[in-house]
Design a protein around this ligand. Sequence first.
Ligand SMILES: [Zn+2]
Length: 407
Amino acid sequence: MLDCNFSTFIMTLPDNCKDFSQKDTITFSLPVKPHECPKCHNITSRVHDYRRQKIKTSAENLCHRIFIYRRRRYRCPHCKKVFSENQSFMGKYQQIPYSDIKDIIKAHEEVEPTSKIARRFCISPTTVQRIFNMINPAISKLDKAISLDEFHGNAGAKFQVVLNSLTQHKCLNVFSDRSSETLYQEINKAYPITERLKVEHVSIDLSPFFKRLVKDCFPNAQIAADHFHVVRMANDALESVRKEVQANLTTKQRKYFKHSRWLLLKREKDLDSEDYQALQVLLNFSDKLSAAHAMKEQYFKLFDNKNIVEFNKKLLLFKMAAEKQDIPVFNKLLRTTLKWKKEIIHGITTGLNNGFTEGCNTIIKTIKRVSFGYKKFNIFKKRIIFILNSEDRRLRRNTCHVKAVGA
Ligand SMILES: [Zn+2]
């Protein structure tokens, strides 16, 4: 296969192989070379005829020009066999050079619509899809630490599931349907039990369904409850109290409340003095809101360090506060936390969470938006894996990370 770009290849052809006499059209042929007859293996340079073949390319500076390849056929004088010359710039029965195909496939690493790629390469969206369909991103083996998460689906089921590696930060698989029957079937089909037994940790949100699934499919794994998800529950609880309080206010006050909700959700320790004052104004509106805010703060502190003795102490304090205040949403938060305590602690001690997965879900959402809905799940899945595991994107992500850490 040709390594260089099609335009470079054209440039390096000898002058007598190129014809520029027609406007916007370049006709070219390859130099005559001795060829081995595929039938009798004798060597020949006897030309039989030429076939004109149109080539589609978007190679730099060459787009919108027509390329005609005069494909030579040789005729073996010994056995009379007629055969096409060897060439390395394009696949048999193709109209697009290898270098363009490589670029078209590479373009799929960016989250952009097929139609945009098609315009850039001067070909139809159908051709773009056909080319992308030729590749098969490898479905990787399982890892010792993985995460499972659902996302709003496309091309089929309402919810689909993404499986990521948390040590390599890679997408390992995407499953077509969260419904238990299909998901069990797809996981078991993709990974034999010997492989599933190697999984040691699975990070999930607080879904009883995933908990059961992990126990059944990855029997050696310990569950880590994603702490982003856990603290989000505390914010949700506070939000529902805010809405309740807000409903009894005047329109003007309601607007102010709604605009200032971020003051309530942000960690108190991260507010500057001005914002802190503004927060106090909000809290003065209602004792219940003030209590709910204090409980949210108390809840977040559970995750401030990795010390489990501390965690248990703080959880006990939170429990006492919840019992004293008796706000239903926070009682529910307490019940959920106690029910998932073991998994939450495992998340804290291992530091495993769904942060990477959440980022992936944001990208998946964008893929869905720009692709206007893939009709076939397999293509959608391929694109997700291709984008999430793109080496360039990973490098960029790591550079950003290094920058952020260095700053
Ligand atoms: Zn021959």
